[in-house]
Ligand binder design. Sequence first.
Ligand code: G3P
Length: 514
Amino acid sequence: NPHEQPSQLRGAIDEGTSSARFILFKAGSADVVAAHQKELSTSFPQEGWVEQDPLEILEIVKTCIEATIDKLIALGGSVNDIVAVGVTNQRESTIVWDKTTGEPLYNSIVWRDMRTSTTVDQLLDKVPNKTRNKNYLKPLCGLPMSPYFSAAKVKWLQDNVPKVKKAMVAGNCLFGTVDSWLIWNLTGGKDGGVHVTDVTNASRTMLMNIDTLKWDPVLLNFFELPSSILPKIKSSAEVYGYVKEGSLRSVPIAGCLGDQQSALVGQQCLNRGQAKATYGTGCFLLYNTGKVKVDSSHGLLTTVAYQLGPTQQPMYALEGSVAIAGAAINWLRDNLTILPTFGDAQGLAERAALIESGEVYFVPAFSGLYAPYWQQEARGTIVGITEDTNSSHIIRATLDAVCFQTRDILEAMNKDYGSTLTQLQVDGGMTANSLLMQLQADLTGVTVVKPSMAESTALGAAMVAGFAMKVWDIEGAPLTLPAQKWTPKYSENERDVRYAKWKMAVERSMGWDI
Ligand code: G3P
């Protein structure tokens, strides 16, 4: 098979919200040859604000690359075997920098930062006829108005950080999501770095037209942002440029995907009707709708799934984004201190299952509710507490919440798209919790399938980069990976009764921050 040359390696830079990693995969396989991962720091300067340091992001990525190459060399491999590198990244997080100095003009405003609630409120006032319709721009960009997406974050920077405004006026300000920031720097930065993004990342900014895949003047006008700050939109699989320095010098960067889209590719959900859920800080469920762009009327996002080359047709997905999943477990550990470690959630929640009155419901709407509700005013709510309630119930209710939120998304997808999913591919850190996986099957009635390959996100980026270099035929030669399965055990009635109570709890969480 000309597409599989085992001596050739693909690299993936996977820059997530909590950590970055660099992974080298063997050609045409999910076999990891060498990898290195490093945690990122996050700061919370004010209630609802979430920031990261762009220079630290870059440094950590470089450290991961060098450490992985050291491991490769120690194994007897060579950098010359690396055919290409792909980039995958936390989406929506917004960085602005000065193109003449290369210096960031502010910290990265992380996707789940809520500071732009007021900005969004002000923008809603601009909607014609005073309707304050959150979905006013949705026909153009596939997204509702929310602090989640990049446009409101750039607007906030323009309005609140004089340095940013000044650089914009002078034509020196560049904006990018994390992929753009990394690619610009790795390809030379102020000395000729390429300022690009891919269609999947661009589809999360609220500035790209979801049909034309170009920056839309109407959207730019609505947000009053200058087009000079924008990267060029490219496909997800093509050579954007070459690494300028370090061990990867001269290696092409040939693939780019937002991390959730990358997991969709890595899970090989390349056919219409296939879906995956990634359980990380949040939980993101993407449903491949193929060449058809489905407009959601039930709170889902229309997003680009991938575009395998500049002349290829884009593939679309419906997405259900849940802001808080793993972050709620961290909260139990760090804020409530009822959980010694993240990994203890399973054992402690299992104890709750032995106690009859486990009727506690927890809606972890810490940063409002994302899909399908899009309620930035919602706040966390725990209901059903009795004298018998103990910490195990709260932990169990947290796991239930992750599953109910996924069910909310599946219900919306079914309404929008009509087809009921029978199988859900899963990945991400929380899938190590097998109780959670069983509950996910029980509470949704869908079989949950987890491939043995844990790094779906990185794999997707390596696949598209390999595809661009014509050394990995991802559509023609599917990988067969062993998988674990969980089938639903609850009766339909049990499932529905519990779900009805969840909906009641969600009602109570809404409209709190008035
Ligand atoms: O939209 C946000 C998403 O891309 C973040 O993913 O896995 O880094 O939390 P993750």
